[in-house]
Each structure stands twice: as structure tokens, then as C-alpha cells.
Design a protein around this ligand. Structure first.
Ligand code: DGJ
Length: 729
């Protein structure tokens, strides 16, 4: 059992294999947070959890209960305006215009497994014994409002998924102004806040900063989770590092505007939260209607950031990602984008594909430019009809010819967008997000289709499905290349305009559900100008994401390292591209580009026909190596060894679940003249096993490799790299 309820003390204790999370109903019916951290057997004397008594300026929330004030009580899902002055988890405007609210316990139920979240991506169970769900019903004693708090406890995965459902139980409409997915109050603030922030081409850099009194948060107002911030934050104990110490992660299964952060109050108590961004958000609930928040996934680790990451990896890889490709080895692909951009024809594509096939590559992906009259990014989004000028025999013939070479065929789409210069826009100028009487701001010469509309959803499903049914297409790259402006929908009444951005996400999820269900054999990869929507919401529909448009191996060290904080390696697309690199102009060795790319879902994105024979031999060897190690890379345990944010080198390794096999990559950035002899230590091996290094007959103990380490390799020139294979004897 993962959920325990002690009726005499009105206390809930949620337990995973190594985590405990506890709360209790205190006098007045409030739901107080007690504990989140390493697993404990039971929750001893009540005095253990003595709460801060009310202090000067704290309102006496319940006159009959001296000392109790919501101002200082640690809570599970706090409101505002009834004596807690901190940021609330929810806020509602009632029919009388008032927004104050509080919640008291009304009941609970414990159910096996995990109920689905209607219309939203979420973690799931494959059988009811994998998790247990606690639903606590809370009511506002003064208004017709009910909120059901849901906690699913994944015992084996050591994670708790939280969400809330807000129900209008009255006879008047109400407006939800704020509906976060979780909130937890911690007893002290000796933590740092970790976030993943960046920009296009430098996504998810790791930032760590000490908590200070007041608000510290990251958020997106871009209509997508974004390149700039990722829907995740963690609290790290001051002494926590990659391998040791308490870490508390919260990750939101959502792809739109979000907020995530901490408010540290007057008693240095941090309130950690994550959810839909209340900024520019509103949701009208008619009588009897409810609003379901996305879910937040909470992971505690006593084994530092690395331990937290591996828990997220395991859960997201196996109980968030879905479909037949979830557990299958992913193909080595060749993408023509950086090879040709828009400038290609059937002969060119086939020539690249032929070379790719000769070198062992398994999938050819035709990127942007195959439809409408798309010779640049100026036109044609929305017109998903093959361009016969470039591909005179059509997609089916091309795909079959590529299949004939021994490659599967994949195709790029950007279905959520419309070019003003397109047949679709000329036919349906009101199908994009817009506000009457305002400019429609373009980005990359395109507008965002209004996916809150059912007719638009139907159009996209049909347009994409028609293409997918017309040819043997085994893979889809689903791109999205701008953020939202003038967020308004022609079909929504004024009082619902602030619902548009969230309705868009629900519409997108509906479209993705329909298409991925109709084409279960297709491997879908999500993309948004690289990693502009690399989030758990998209991973539910598509088990992999194009990590970044920046394909430079050295830039990728930080991008992939930061991405791995939450996301499994099987989710990260990584390609070898040409030098000088198209994004940063850097020239790196082909070996290093290979080592970095084969640490993800491996592929190439360059014109292989221009390679020399010697370079082709290297590619062939890389592809061959990847095929041998990809199960380990994609589904093994990932350990970060050296951080590119902290030094001149980066290193990481993959260890098989049975610890009998490992693959290690070490990359040096700039060559250090006359460098001191140094070592780097491995992790995650079995100390009692002996490992043979690179099949050369020399054997090292797992204990030696983890405690003494390997000598740092020496390189000639900048950007050197070395990979190691370890196999137990
Ligand atoms: C942005 C993507 O990230 C690129 O890989 C490529 O597909 C372009 N869009 C095509 O327009």
C-alpha cells in the first residue's frame, strides 16, 4: 500500500520505496503539509510537527482554535484573502465579484491505479498495482466551490503526481483566475533553487541560486513552454550536489504558459509551486462544470541531482511516453535540413539517401520545403500538398524509392501554423489567433492557427492524416516555429478570451491524440525550433524531441547536459552536422561530433555525398557503434560525471540496468597546454564486478573505476573527445 490514512489522527502518509510525503487535517478542517523527504516508517508523536503559532499581524483564522493562523500554517493547496498572505495555489472570482477563499476537508477516497486526466497528457499505469491514488475533496465553507486534490503515488518509480480539479458546485458562473497544480510549504529555506533556462540554440542551461526572502520564479508567457524557461524547478539542500544530498524536483506535464518557483515567507518557509501561469489566464465555470489542472510530478532524491534525474528518466521513459516506439530502439536517421535547406529536388534527396543507406543509416527524414510552393520560409504553411516542381512523382514514389534503398521514410510538418501567403489563409483568414482591429504580428512570416477551434483541429487532423495515408511514412517531425501574439479566438465570447491560450493547448492535445492513435506505427518527434517545447506534455504524445537547432558539438554539451536534468536520453534527438557549424561557425572533429550525437537519438544532418571516403568510413564506424550501444544509451541509467558548466571538460556515462555494460564519453573543450595529469571517476558500476575496457583485455574493478578513476585523456588540439566501452567479465 502506498497511501495510508490514520483516521484517529486524520493523517495521510504517502510512501514510495524511498520517499515519504505526509499531511494532516488540522482543527478547522485545514489540510496542513507535514513532511516530504526520505522514507520514514511512520509519523511519530504529533508534537513533532508543532506548527508555528500565529505571530503579530497574523490573523486568528479560527477564533476557537487559539494560535492557528493560515498566515503561518504549512498547507497543501492554499487560498488567498482569508488570512494567508502568501501566493495562493488557486484563486476564483465568485458571482459577487469577491475572490477570497479557503478550503476545508470534506472527504477523501483511495483508489488503486491512476484515473486519467480528461484531455490532458499525464503519467499513467499499465496495471492498477503500479500506483495508488488519493483524492481529497476540499470545500470552501462560505461559497459553492469544491476542489479535489489528487495524489498518485508511484511506489516503484519513487514519484508522486499531483493535480487539482476545481468544481463549481453553485448556481452562478464563477471564474478561475489561478489554478496551480501543486504547492508545498517547506520548514526552512536552507536550499538553492535550480532552473533550466536559455534561449533558442542554447536551451536548458542549468542555473542554481540561493533562496532569498520573497518571490523567485520562472515562467513562460509565450504560449509554449519555450526555449527560455522549462516547466521544472528543483530545491537543493545547500550541501546537495550531483551525487549526494536532498533534492526536490517538480516538473509540469504541460506545454503552454506556466509558472514555477518559490516564495520564501517571513519565517523563512519556502512555498514551492508549479502550474499554469495565472498571467493572462482565466477560465469561466458554469454551474456544475469543473476545471482540471495539468499534473505536476514530484520527485525527491537523497542522492543529489543525479538521483533525481534517474527517477524522472525512468518514470517519463516508461509511464509518460507511450506507444509502440516507447521501448523500441530508435533508428539512426539522416535529416536533409542542414544539408539542403529549401533547395532540393528528388534527385538530390535520393543521392543523400543512397549514401546514407550505404553507411548503415536506417531512416531518411525529408524536412521543411516539400509542400505548397515553399522555397523559403515565406509561404505555404497550411497547404499540406506535395510540391510537384521539386518532387514530380509525389511523396509516395519518393518514399518507396527510399524504402528501396533500405531506409524508412520520415516527413516534416508544421501543422499548427499558417503562412499569410497560403491557400489556407486566403480561404480562412479568421482561423489564426487574432484580435479584431489589431495587427496580426508575424514571426518567421507565419501566424498561429487557432487550435482552440474544433474546425481548425479537424482540418489539421485531416490534412496530416491524408499525407500520412498517402505514402509509407514511418516517422514524423512535428515542428512549431513561433510563439503566440494577439492571443484571441474569433469563436470565443469576450468573457472567455482569456481561456484561449489554454484552450489552444487542449486543442493541440486533442489533435495529437487523434493523429498518434490513428497512426500508431509512426515514430513522432516533437520540435519547436529545436527545444522550444521540450516538455513532458509533448513527450506523452511523441517519445522524442529535437533537442536544439544548435547542432554544434561543443554547444550541445551544455544543452544536452541541462536537458538530462529531467528528460531521458531516449527523448533527445542529437545529430552530427557539418563544419564550420551552421549556428556558431565552430570547427570540431568528426569524432567529437559523433561522440556527442551518439549520446542521444543519433542521426546526421549534413550532405553526406560531399564527404571523403575517409570521412565516410568514420561515419560507418559511428553508425555501427551506435547500433551496438543504443539500447544502453536510450534505456540505460545515465550518470553525469563532469559538468560543462563548471569546467573545461564534460563527461557522462550510460550503465545498463544489470550493470554489466557501460559507455563513457569524455569531451575536452579547449586544449590545455602542459596539462597536469588528472583522473575522472566513473559512477553507477558494480564495485564487485570486473570490467574490460574497450575489449583490449585489460580489466579494471568497478570499485577502482569509481574510486580511482580513469586518466584524463590527452588530445592534440581543441575539442578532443574519447569514448570508452566497459563490459563485465
Ligand atoms: C526548425 C527546426 O528546428 C529545424 O530542425 C528545421 O526543421 C526547421 N524548423 C525547418 O523550417
Amino acid at each position: 500500500m502506498a497511501v495510508h490514512y490514520d483516521a484517529s489522527r486524520r493523517l495521510f502518509h504517502l510512501q514510495t520505496n524511498d520517499t515519504s510525503y505526509a499531511m494532516c487535517i488540522v482543527q478547522g478542517g485545514y489540510l496542513a503539509h507535514l513532511y516530504w523527504g526520505a522514507r520514514v516508517r511512520g509519523l511519530g508523536p504529533d508534537r513533532f510537527f508543532a506548527f508555528q503559532p500565529l505571530v503579530s499581524f497574523s490573523p486568528a483564522t479560527v477564533p476557537e482554535v487559539p494560535g492557528l493562523s493560515l498566515d503561518v500554517l504549512p498547507q497543501e493547496y492554499p487560498g488567498y484573502g482569508t488570512s494567508d498572505f502568501r501566493h495562493p495555489a488557486y484563486q476564483v472570482r465568485f458571482a459577487d465579484g469577491s475572490t477570497a477563499s479557503e478550503l476545508v476537508y470534506a472527504g477523501h477516497r483511495i483508489v488503486p491505479g491512476k484515473p486519467k486526466l480528461p484531455g490532458l497528457p499525464a503519467t499513467y499505469v499499465e496495471s492498477d498495482d503500479e500506483a495508488e491514488t488519493l483524492e481529497i475533496t476540499m470545500r470552501d465553507p462560505a461559497r459553492d466551490l469544491e476542489i479535489v486534490l489528487s495524489y498518485t503515488v508511484f511506489e516503484k518509480w519513487n514519484a508522486i503526481a499531483r493535480s487539482a480539479r476545481i468544481v463549481n458546485t453553485g448556481k452562478q458562473p464563477i471564474e478561475v483566475l489561478r489554478a496551480l497544480s501543486m504547492s508545498v510549504d517547506f520548514p526552512h529555506d536552507r536550499y538553492d533553487l535550480l532552473q533550466l533556462s536559455g534561449a533558442w540554440a542554447r536551451e536548458r542551461y542549468v542555473h542554481r541560486r540561493p533562496l532569498v526572502p520573497g518571490m523567485q520564479a520562472v515562467e513562460s508567457r509565450r504560449g509554449a513552454s519555450s526555449h527560455v524557461q522549462n516547466p521544472f524547478v528543483a530545491l537543493l539542500a545547500k550541501d546537495a550536489d550531483e551525487d549526494r544530498g536532498d533534492v526536490y524536483g517538480v516538473s509540469l506535464v504541460y506545454s503552454g504558459n506556466f509558472t514555477a518557483g518559490v516564495e520564501v515567507d517571513q519565517f523563512h518557509s519556502p512555498r514551492l509551486f508549479i502550474g499554469i501561469n495565472p498571467f493572462d489566464f482565466g477560465w469561466r465555470l458554469e454551474p456544475g462544470e469543473s476545471f482540471q489542472t495539468p499534473e505536476a510530478v514530484l520527485v525527491y532524491s537523497s542522492e543529489g541531482l543525479g538521483g533525481m534525474s534517474r527517477k524522472y528518466h525512468d518514470l517519463y521513459r516508461s509511464r509518460l511516453c507511450r506507444g509502440v516506439h516507447r521501448d523500441r530502439e530508435r533508428p539512426v536517421l539522416m535529416n536533409n535540413w542542414e544539408a539542403t535547406y529549401f533547395n532540393f529536388n528528388a534527385e538530390k534527396i535520393e543521392a543523400i539517401a543512397r549514401t546514407a543507406a550505404e553507411l548503415g543509416i536506417e531512416l531518411f527524414v525529408l524536412d521543411d520545403g516539400w509542400f505548397g510552393r515553399r522555397d523559403s520560409d515565406n509561404s505555404s504553411l497550411g497547404d499540406w500538398v506535395v510540391d510537384r516542381r521539386k518532387l514530380p512523382d509525389g511523396l509516395d514514389a519518393l518514399a518507396r524509392r527510399i524504402n528501396g534503398l533500405g531506409l524508412k521514410f520520415g516527413l516534416w510538418f508544421e501543422p499548427e501554423m499558417v503562412s499569410p501567403d497560403s491557400e489556407l489563409y486566403r480561404r480562412h483568414p479568421d482561423w489564426c489567433l487574432h484580435i479584431e482591429g489589431r495587427r496580426r504580428t508575424e514571426a518567421r512570416q507565419q501566424l498561429v492557427l487557432d487550435l482552440s477551434r474544433e474546425d481548425v483541429q479537424d482540418y489539421i487532423v485531416k490534412a496530416v492524416s491524408d499525407v500520412l495515408s498517402s505514402a509509407p511514412i514511418a516517422y514524423v517531425k512535428w515542428d512549431m516555429n513561433r510563439n503566440m501574439t494577439e492571443i484571441g479566438s474569433a469563436l470565443l465570447p469576450p468573457e472567455r478570451q482569456r481561456e484561449t491560450a489554454h484552450r489552444y493547448m487542449l486543442g493541440l492535445y486533442r489533435v495529437l491524440e487523434r493523429i498518434t492513435t490513428a497512426f500508431p506505427h509512426v515514430l513522432f518527434e516533437s520540435c519547436s525550433g529545436g527545444g522550444g517545447r521540450f516538455d513532458p506534455g509533448m513527450l506523452y504524445y511523441m517519445p522524442q524531441t529535437w533537442t536544439s537547432d544548435n547542432t554544434d558539438a561543443i554547444s550541445r554539451l551544455k544543452i544536452q547536459y541541462g536537458t538530462s536534468i529531467v528528460y531521458p536520453v531516449s527523448a533527445m534527438g542529437a545529430h552530427v552536422s557539418a563544419v564550420p557549424n551552421h549556428q556558431v561557425g565552430r570547427v570540431t572533429p568528426l569524432e567529437t561530433r559523433g561522440h556527442v550525437a551518439l549520446s542521444g537519438n543519433f542521426g546526421y544532418e549534413l550532405d553526406l555525398t560531399k564527404f571523403t571516403d575517409a570521412e565516410k568510413e568514420i561515419v560507418k564506424a559511428q553508425v555501427g557503434l551506435y547500433k551496438e550501444i543504443r539500447r544502453l544509451v536510450q534505456f540505460g541509467d545515465f550518470y553525469r560525471l563532469l559538468s560543462p558548466f563548471e569546467g573545461n571538460a564534460a563527461a557522462w556515462m550510460f550503465v545498463s540496468k544489470d550493470k554489466r555494460e557501460a559507455f563513457v564519453v569524455y569531451v575536452e573543450m579547449l586544449k590545455q597546454p602542459y596539462a597536469p595529469k588528472d583522473r575522472f571517476r566513473l559512477k553507477g558500476l558494480d564495485p564487485d564486478l570486473d570490467y574490460e575496457l574497450d575489449g583490449d583485455g585489460i580489466v579494471y574493478g568497478g570499485d577502482e573505476l569509481m574510486n580511482i578513476g580513469l586518466p584524463v585523456p590527452q588530445f592534440r588540439g581543441d575539442f578532443g573527445s574519447r569514448a570508452y566501452r566497459l563490459r563485465a567479465r
